[in-house]
Ligand binder design. Structure first.
Ligand code: HEC
Ligand code: HEC
Ligand code: HEC
Ligand code: HEC
Ligand code: HEC
Ligand code: HEC
Ligand code: HEC
Length: 348
């Protein structure tokens, strides 16, 4: 009882300290900090922060000194060590969820996130997310362990974010990226995500979004998707699709239903109705644009380079697709057969 009242009485004092601390310690603002830390001539490589990247994150709105409270005006001459806030201070919910997993013993927040380049799920590509994992989980090892039960493990791991199978979400959505051919190396699908600069070569003066969003209404219709696919000028560009969780969760684990091919294939979760196209930004992040509902059902001719076996326009094809997959003589027969069966759709 006594402890409790003491605790309450401390709150105003604590608040005062919290409010004053950043104001009293330094008059330097984010630009001052970046004057040195954004320049490799001023600081060592390991203290360098990509200023352009940082300034485009929500963390930048708080300023450097919110997280590095102890920095003084005499920094760096005072030689004092600088404190860094813990993620937990501000992200309690995520922290609670993650700390409850056994994976918390294996990796901290900072192992997967750079606090100076923190982005939300919608701004990051599946490939970038998987790079967080591959710092510790060697691609070759992951490939061989998954290939024990997952056919085309190479294709699956290249296309799917690890978190689609290793975290839970209430729903999932289809994400399309623009890719272009590259020389095929091990562990790749032979296609690279197009960068902002790549696409700028095609769009010239115009926004890169206009390559697909022809009427520039901030939304992609099925007709626009098809026009893009059929335009000979863009013949080197391809759309690549994947399935991503609608929300990032941190309950890292192995989910039983991910052994189940029909989780993604066959008629698929209803969420396959929702799809987005991710356009690259100049800073390396992505901005999503919504695509007409049902784009998945249209993919056979809308986006000829991507389909989820089973998510086809006709119910009978779904069943055939399923039988092919579950029947055991997986690929390449399945692929060829489906392509053959759906050739009419693609000729539209
Ligand atoms: C005049 C250039 C300069 C400015 C301005 C500057 N820094 Fe530094 N900072 C340095 C150097 C040099 C070091 C390395 C110091 C050392 O190794 O003792 C450093 C080190 C750091 C470290 C790592 C310290 C550690 O204990 O590892 C942090 C964090 C940091 N600075 C944050 C900031 C923040 C936040 C600001 C703005 C409020 C800022 N710096 C402004 C030059 C600068
Ligand atoms: C959201 C909180 C947050 C903000 C905002 C933030 N930092 Fe940091 N910073 C951290 C954390 C946490 C670490 C410790 C990282 C670690 O231990 O791996 C860190 C580490 C550093 C380091 C040590 C080198 C490194 O990258 O680990 C420097 C230098 C630094 N910060 C400078 C800055 C500067 C300059 C700014 C503003 C441009 C800034 N920080 C903004 C949280 C933040
Ligand atoms: C001083 C408070 C504070 C600290 C400390 C902090 N964050 Fe954040 N962070 C925020 C706020 C505010 C947002 C924006 C709202 C939200 O997403 O919760 C945010 C957003 C994020 C995002 C999503 C960015 C986006 O664009 O949606 C990530 C990822 C993130 N933080 C990671 C971290 C990590 C990792 C750490 C620890 C190194 C950390 N944060 C420490 C305040 C903080
Ligand atoms: C095993 C890797 C991993 C660890 C550990 C991890 N995260 Fe994440 N986190 C991700 C991935 C992947 C995303 C999706 C977006 C991205 O990659 O930035 C994400 C997204 C986020 C977001 C944005 C959520 C949104 O709705 O977009 C926040 C905030 C965040 N993490 C905070 C944290 C905090 C705090 C911790 C530590 C308690 C933590 N993360 C530990 C992988 C991790
Ligand atoms: C800092 C290193 C590190 C990072 C980053 C990391 N992991 Fe792990 N992870 C480990 C270690 C260590 C283990 C335990 C040994 C093992 O199973 O390989 C583990 C175990 C696992 C397991 C199996 C055990 C379990 O908890 O179910 C899965 C699944 C997993 N990690 C997925 C991921 C995913 C997905 C990411 C990226 C979002 C990721 N990890 C990022 C270090 C890491
Ligand atoms: C199609 C769904 C799926 C995808 C995508 C996926 N995993 Fe898994 N993963 C699983 C399943 C299911 C298991 C359990 C396998 C078992 O019990 O043998 C597993 C097991 C694991 C394990 C523990 C066993 C081991 O291999 O050591 C790790 C670690 C792991 N995955 C990491 C990853 C990483 C990293 C990625 C992204 C590169 C990834 N997974 C992508 C479904 C997936
Ligand atoms: C988490 C979602 C997910 C799960 C679970 C999953 N897949 Fe896939 N699968 C995909 C995606 C995404 C592709 C790539 C589609 C594309 O780009 O062509 C794919 C592609 C394939 C292909 C190749 C089709 C082609 O175009 O060549 C086969 C075969 C396949 N999956 C079989 C399976 C089998 C069998 C299982 C169960 C053991 C399974 N998949 C589990 C999402 C999944």
């Amino acid at each position: 009882m006594k402890k409790y009242s003491l605790h309450i009485s401390l709150i105003p004092a604590l608040l005062l300290v919290m409010l004053w601390a950043p104001l009293t310690v330094t008059a330097m603002d984010t630009d001052d900090c970046l004057g040195c830390h954004g320049d490799t001539d001023m600081v060592d490589e390991e203290l360098f922060i990509d200023a352009e990247g940082f300034l485009h994150t929500v963390h930048a709105e708080m300023g450097c000194d919110t997280c590095h409270e102890s920095v003084t005006d005499e920094h760096p001459d005072d030689g004092e060590a600088i404190t860094s806030s813990a993620c937990l201070d501000c992200h309690e919910e995520v922290s609670d969820e993650y700390m409850a997993t056994s994976h918390a013993e294996n990796a901290t927040c900072n192992d997967c996130h750079d606090p100076h380049q923190a982005h939300g799920l919608e701004a990051v590509s599946g490939t970038d997310m998987n790079q967080q994992c591959s710092q510790c989980h060697e691609n070759d090892e992951v490939l061989s362990s998954h290939a024990e039960w997952l056919p085309q493990a190479n294709l699956h791991l290249a296309k799917l974010p690890c978190i689609t199978c290793h975290t839970s979400s209430d729903s999932y959505e289809v994400l399309l990226n623009i890719t272009q051919k590259q020389s095929k190396t091990k562990g790749s699908t032979g296609y690279n995500f197009s960068t902002y600069a790549d696409l700028k070569e095609y769009s010239g003066e115009k926004e890169i979004q206009s390559l697909i969003d022809i009427n520039e209404d901030g939304h992609i219709s099925l007709a626009e998707l098809r026009t893009f696919n059929l335009n000979p000028a863009y013949k080197k560009l391809h759309l690549s699709g994947t399935l991503v969780p609608s929300e990032a969760s941190h309950d890292l684990s192995t989910l039983d239903n991910r052994y189940d091919c029909t989780f993604c294939h066959a008629a698929g979760p209803g969420s396959l109705q929702t799809s987005f196209l991710a356009f690259p930004n100049a800073t390396g992040t992505y901005t999503r644009m919504t695509v007409d509902e049902g784009a998945m059902l249209d993919t056979l001719y809308g986006t000829p380079n991507f389909y989820m076996t089973g998510s086809t326009r006709s119910a009978s094809l779904n069943i055939i697709g399923l039988l092919i997959i579950c029947g055991g003589f997986i690929m390449p027969i399945g692929h060829g057969t489906l392509r053959f069966l759906t050739r009419k759709n693609r000729q539209h």
